[in-house]
Every structure is written in C-alpha cells, then in structure tokens.
Ligand binder design. Sequence first.
Ligand code: RRO
Length: 311
Amino acid sequence: MKADISTKIAGVKFDACIFNTSGPADVTLAELEIIARSKSPAITMKSCTLEPRAGNPEPRYADLEYGSINSMGLPNLGYKAYIEFAAVLKRKYKKPIIASICGMTLEDDIIMFNAFNNSQVDIIEFNPGSPNTIGKAIVGYDAKEMDRLLKAVSKVCKKPWGIKLPPYFDLVHFDEIAKVIKKYPVNFVTCINSLGNGLAIDPATEQPLIKPKGGLGGIGGRYAKFTALANVRRFYELFDRKIQVIGVGGVYSGTDAFEFILAGASAVQIGTAFLQKGPGIFNKVQTELQTLMAKKGYIKLSNFRGKLKIL
Ligand code: RRO
C-alpha cells in the first residue's frame, strides 16, 4: 500500500504534502493552470500588491549550479486579478488555493486582506520577507514592525493564514520573532523566503548575472536547504505544535522533503526546482517520498514528523 502523504494546513485538507511555493511561474492565469493540472495538491499564487507591478529590470533571474538567484521585484497583476483567478481555479480544479499578500504599506495589506476574505481563496500567506523590493527593507527582520503589521492584519483576516518568513541566522532572532508571532492567531509559518542579497558573477563577462540592485538577489535552491531546515526546526520547537511550519528551500527529491518533515514541517513547498524541472517535479518528489516512507515502514507523515533524533 502507498504511504499516505496527505496533510492538513490550517485545517484545510491537502491530498499531498508537496506543493508550489509563491513566486516561481505563478503570476498569470495560464501559469496557475499549469500548477492546477500538475500533481501539486494546492495552487499558491504570486505575492500580490494593490496595483499591478512590472517588477525589476531584466535579466532578473538566473539558474545557478546548485539553485537560483532572483530579483524579480514583485511583478504581479494586482490583487484584484488574483481574486478573479481564484474563482476560476476553484470552479475548474477544486484544489485549495493560497493567496500571497505583500503590500507596500500596512494600509495596502489591510485592503487586500479584507478583499481576500470574500474570495474563493482557502488560505492566505502574508509575505513580509521579500528581499527584492528596491528601497524597502526586509520587514521580517524588524520585530517591532512585524508586531505592528501582525496586530493590524490579525484583526482583519477571516481566513486561515500564515506568514512566509525570511531566513534567520541568529538564535536570538528566532526567539524574538517567535515571541511576536505567538501573540497573534497565526496558523502557520513558511520557512524560508530566499537568502537575501547574494551576488552571482559571470567570470567570462565580468558582470553580475542579474541586473537589479547591482546584481544582488535572493538565493534559492540547494544553497538554501540547510538554512531552511534549521529555520523549520527552530520554529517547530519554539511553537510547540501550536503553530504549524511549512518548509521550503532546495527541495528536489523525496529525501529532501523527508528531511523537512523530520525537522517538523507539516508540508513542503517547491520553488527553484519547479522552475528548473517543470511541473513534473511535484509527482516526482511525492512518489520518491512515498517510496522512502515505505522502505522505512512509515505509513503516514505523523509517524516521523518532527521526530528528528538527537545525537
Ligand atoms: O518578486 C520577488 O522578487 C521575490 C519575492 Br516577492 C519574494 O518574496 N522572494 C523572492 O525571492 N523574490
């Protein structure tokens, strides 16, 4: 019998625990329908803003040997488009739909959260962790500002919701941000957004690989995996199972996904590997995870979720 890899996020049932992360190839309805038709059990949409945005100048994405660099700059069609897309996608595909909100101001966030309350979206992921909006700090690194945003957003949001966090590196920062998050009715956190402000250089042309911000961009893929695992683990411990954790960063195989779940993830998202390998990646990772679980005698995720063994 095949291992059961279904999961629940914020009370919403997912047929499998591996799905797309917000960001890669999820801006247009055509792109979202590719995800809808794949084995991804849910459809996560691009982070949206109040007004449509063209994003940063190109080139703004590059594949790297072990991952990717991007400074897309939040290109999106504006939140109203995603409310419309959610209605179409729900009618046609019946999968859970996740909206991602990344307002330029708190006022923008409030307008969007209010609007998504009356939409077909099942879950909202709040994104205060983008490293790529020119002239804007990574909000997730400012505990006071996070407190101000979460306080306001939690008053408005009527849907199950969570926060996509930037990577943290200092144990003090994990404690600080967890303390803020625990004050509010947050259902989950997603760890991690890309590793902010890396620089990839082409030695032949002696230029950066991407144009925005002098070449600085978020690093994703295998480079991010170990930081992502540590972030999942630390928040899993700090939240004591009261707030779920979703893992994302460098998942290309069932073994990668297994490691995230062992660290405490209730689900695993795929970003760079989806861009590089196409929508077949969801089936591949799910099947490999089931095979690995069968080999180990695990029949469901709760058999090993969070049960990282201590050395
Ligand atoms: O669009 C982007 O440049 C972007 C976003 Br909003 C994000 O959250 N993370 C990222 O790596 N890129």
